[in-house]
Design a protein around this ligand. Structure first.
Ligand SMILES: *Cc1c(COP(=O)(O)O)cnc(C)c1O
Length: 240
């Protein structure tokens, strides 16, 4: 049976090959290992294999895992909150995570900024965009992303880094690219709205998962969020 370490190597290889194929610099695409529903032992195996950045969807599950891993001596891991954040969970996110990818409401962003402990660096943040317009989906509509960015730009506890999207699965790479390409175009046009000194910090396009990371990399993703290809198929029974 393939181990987490084998799987990680394979995913790194897929990323590297996609970078070569699409003329991206090696190292231009970061791998976020999505460990939701997997226990601390699985995270530890990935960390032992060299993985440092982990993504969690459920805030309490993530906070518990972060604490366990710290107790085990893994203090230098980077934790990304990639799931929806309710207002009663903002403090936990602000106090324990390094990144949040799912900003889509001003009020939540404001709370995260206020509750970010001042001894920590600002919370690194992406605005989630509903690029394919699913009716029940999280994320701000593309047309409203600019206004949200303007509203969030001055929050001292956040550092705005880019966009995140989770499009519906596409039947093939070229149809995936239509949607990912829209996210890329929006990402570039929003950069132009920022003051020039902030252009360099607007550097993260979080898109691509186990099934479509090649298409996302072809379209300019800088960070792929990969769960099942590393840890195996999830059983959702444990999700909280
Ligand atoms: C679960 C999840 C992933 C990982 O999905 P896989 O298909 O297992 O790679 C990525 N991003 C988000 C927001 C998720 O919820």
């Amino acid at each position: 049976m393939a181990t987490i370490s084998d799987n990680l190597q394979q995913v790194q290889q897929r990323i590297a090959q996609a970078c070569v194929r699409h003329g991206r610099q090696p190292g231009a695409v970061q791998l976020l290992a999505v460990s939701k529903t997997w226990d601390a032992a699985a995270v530890q195996q990935a960390a032992q294999a060299g993985q440092r950045a982990f993504g969690e969807n459920y805030v309490q599950e993530g906070v518990d895992k972060i604490a366990t891993l710290r107790q085990q001596g893994w203090a230098a891991l980077q934790w990304h909150c990639i799931g929806p954040v309710q207002s009663n969970k903002t403090r936990a996110v602000a106090e324990h995570f390094d990144w949040v990818h799912s900003l889509d409401r001003h009020k939540i962003a404001q709370r995260l900024s206020e509750q970010r402990p001042t001894q920590l660096p600002p919370l690194q943040a992406c605005i989630q965009v509903n690029v394919d317009g699913g009716a029940n989906k999280a994320g701000v509509a593309p047309a409203d992303a600019g206004a949200l960015l303007q509203a969030l730009a001055g929050l001292p506890g956040l550092r705005l880094r880019g966009l995140m999207c989770i499009p519906e699965p596409a039947p093939d790479e070229s149809s995936a690219c239509v949607v990912f390409g829209r996210a890329r175009a929006l990402f570039e046009s929003l950069r132009a709205q920022l003051p020039p000194e902030q252009h360099g910090g607007w550097d993260t396009l979080s898109m691509g998962m186990s099934a479509d990371l090649e298409a996302a990399i072809a379209c300019g993703s800088t960070l792929v969020r990969v769960g099942s290809a590393i840890f195996g198929q999830r059983s959702y029974a444990t999700s909280a």
